[in-house]
Design a binder for this molecule. Structure first.
Ligand code: ADP
Ligand code: ADP
Length: 235
């Protein structure tokens, strides 16, 4: 069954009274990476916020339609509840990473959940090993490179064991080698039964993500939804 189901959904920000997104429909099955593209202001970030609950929890907005993640409606769930289902990667890891050391950063989410110390330790070891961060666990996050920091941010997301990750322009702050490493780990998460929704505004770069599907938004509405090949032909 689908990990993400959006039916006839739209978002209107109350501060402006304007509809920023929708109506849109989409489905993302386990094992699939959806790439969301489109010009600045087309609603990409708003779509991510609809999936991770930041609208309406952090941005006052009116939402219509239906949004289900992992088989349950997003509406009515707390951010804490959603944080175990949907992981969010911000564009700039400097805004995301709050831990002073790498280990503290990975522990941050599980600690907020109140998980037992042993379980937190287990998750740190597992996630750091998986992402090749074991040798960095005691390092201060302030001294890391942009690529290392982005991977540490991803580690913090994976430590919550989400079913879905939403990712905002992950290549924007990375050199090509670090970008490839991050995309490799993202793909592995998806291949192991997760789902990812990735935003990228540079259409020239979207092949790098090897997306299973592309959603192209224009002024909040679906201008194209389908395989990447068809999208590139139409572009
Ligand atoms: P993108 O991520 O594609 O640049 P956004 O989702 O950020 O698009 O924005 C979609 C539309 O919603 C734009 O017109 C933008 O100005 C507006 N918008 C974004 N965030 C807010 C907000 N917090 N309050 C009001 N309007 C917003
Ligand atoms: P992004 O890279 O997410 O598109 P922007 O630079 O467009 O960011 O917007 C920065 C912040 O301002 C975001 O939090 C966005 O939600 C908010 N914002 C964007 N457009 C508007 C708007 N028309 N009214 C109020 N807030 C807005």
């Amino acid at each position: 069954t689908a990990l993400i189901e959006v039916r006839d959904a739209s978002v209107r920000y109350l501060s402006t009274g304007r509809t920023a997104l929708g109506p849109v429909d989409l489905t993302v099955d386990p094992g699939r990476l959806l790439l969301v593209a489109g010009p600045s202001g087309c609603g990409k970030s708003t779509l991510l916020r609809l999936l991770n609950g930041l609208v309406p929890h952090a941005y006052r907005a009116e939402i219509t339609g239906e949004v289900n993640v992992d088989g349950r409606p997003v509406a009515g769930r707390t951010l804490r509840d959603l944080s175990t289902v949907v992981g969010t990667m911000l564009q700039d890891p400097r805004r995301q990473v709050v831990g002073t050391t790498v280990a503290a950063e990975i522990a941050f989410g599980p600690e907020n959940l109140g998980l037992p110390r042993e379980e937190i330790r287990r998750r740190i070891t597992e996630v750091a090993g998986r992402l090749g961060l074991t040798h960095l666990l005691d390092r201060a996050t302030a001294g890391l490179s942009g690529g290392e920091l982005q991977m540490v941010a991803f580690a913090g997301v994976l430590a919550m064991r989400p079913r879905v990750v939403v990712v905002d322009e992950p290549l924007a702050n990375l050199d090509p080698a670090a970008g490839l490493r991050l995309l490799g780990e993202l793909r592995r998460f998806v291949d192991e039964g997760g789902a990812a929704v990735v935003v990228e505004h540079r259409v020239d770069d979207i092949l790098e993500f090897a997306p299973d599907e592309v959603l192209y938004l224009e002024a909040g509405r679906t201008a194209y939804r389908g395989p990447v090949a068809g999208f590139l032909r139409a572009a």
